[in-house]
Design a protein around this ligand. Structure first.
Ligand code: ADP
Ligand code: MG
Length: 311
């Protein structure tokens, strides 16, 4: 393109909240064949709300290691499960954690900060609290700590098929329950996916969330289950992009989080969305200032010159 055309494209982009990091990027975007959306914060609002607290009385795996009996002596009810989980999550800044802490406070509880806290990336948290040794996270987290998540299987399945993120709670080596957070799918997400499909593009979704939750959300926005990659660890997101691009497919990765920076860099085009983190914007070729997934198509149309009118 001539420098003048590049200037026009860049300026139409800016007026539409689509920022291209240079003229070569502006020209590259039109060649994208596949769009890979991160789920949380990209297709969804990324504002979690605590929705469910379920008591599940699993067997103790250690015979009760606290001298005072710990949870074995305590009354096991929803309040105990939620307060223990929220107390552990006070150590975390994950959106899932903030929803649990806020939800507990809204329900009149006063979770204390943990005495000791450890983040287990992609899996959950471990903390020492006044309620005991608390684990909150996915099945893998419990498995890795020798606790059988099976007694919670029905509750987990039910919540996940509703598109919620369900997290197991264990105290002192014993499964005590499940808490669930829900996110809202962005209003325009479905229209964005269908417009990209209409244009002949392939659309994928990638997430650290579990398979059932991921597929429930994918179904709501019209992404087929075979194009969903779930339970992808933060450090594996870039590999997932490489895999999609393995036979030369040109992919645009669209994401908002710190976790997404390596994947944004690995993609043919990296696209940061919304208020995104500085790290994501740094790693991105394109930034969509508004948090609207429909702006992905706008970026492509600006690139190939079909969006010439300034609206
Ligand atoms: P995402 O792709 O949604 O950002 P993450 O990689 O951050 O996912 O987390 C993957 C999974 O690990 C979550 O769906 C959840 O099951 C578990 N997890 C992560 N952080 C926490 C936390 N603070 N509390 C409970 N579970 C967590
Ligand atoms: Mg994330």
């Amino acid at each position: 393109a001539t420098p003048a055309a590049t200037m026009v494209g860049t300026s139409i982009g800016a007026q539409n909240g689509v920022l291209f990091k240079g003229g070569d990027i502006l020209e590259r975007v039109r060649d994208v064949e596949t769009v890979v959306f991160d789920k949380t914060g990209t297709l969804t609002e990324g504002e979690m709300q605590l929705t469910d607290v379920v008591v599940v009385d699993g067997a103790a795996t250690d015979g009760g290691k606290r001298p005072d009996g710990g949870v074995l002596a305590a009354e096991l009810d929803e309040e105990f499960v939620l307060e223990a989980a929220a107390s552990a999550e006070r150590g975390s800044e994950h959106p899932l954690a903030e929803a649990i802490v806020d939800g507990a406070r809204e329900r009149g509880l006063d979770p204390e900060s943990p005495d000791d806290f450890e983040n287990v990336p992609g899996h959950g948290v471990r903390a020492t609290t006044s309620h005991g040794e608390v684990l909150v996270g996915n099945r893998k987290l419990l498995d890795d700590n020798g606790i059988d998540p099976a007694p919670a299987a029905d509750a987990m399945k039910r919540l996940e098929s509703e598109g919620k993120t369900a997290m197991l709670v264990a105290v002192d080596g014993r499964l005590v329950g499940v808490v669930a957070d829900a996110d809202t799918v962005k209003e325009s997400a479905k229209a964005a996916v269908s417009a990209l499909h209409d244009r002949g593009l392939t659309v994928h979704m990638i997430t650290g969330d579990n398979e059932r939750t991921a597929e429930a959300v994918a179904e709501q926005v019209g992404i087929p289950p075979e194009h969903v990659s779930a339970e992808v660890l933060p450090e594996d997101k870039a590999d997932a992009i490489d895999e999609i691009q393995a036979d030369g497919e040109r992919a645009m990765m669209v994401g908002d989080g710190v976790n997404d920076a390596p994947a944004l860099a690995a993609a043919f085009v990296g696209c940061a969305i919304g208020s995104g983190t500085d790290v994501a914007i740094e790693a991105a070729d394109v930034t969509l200032m508004r948090s609207d997934p429909q702006d992905v198509l706008k970026a492509i149309r600006i690139s190939d010159g079909t969006l010439t009118k300034i609206k």
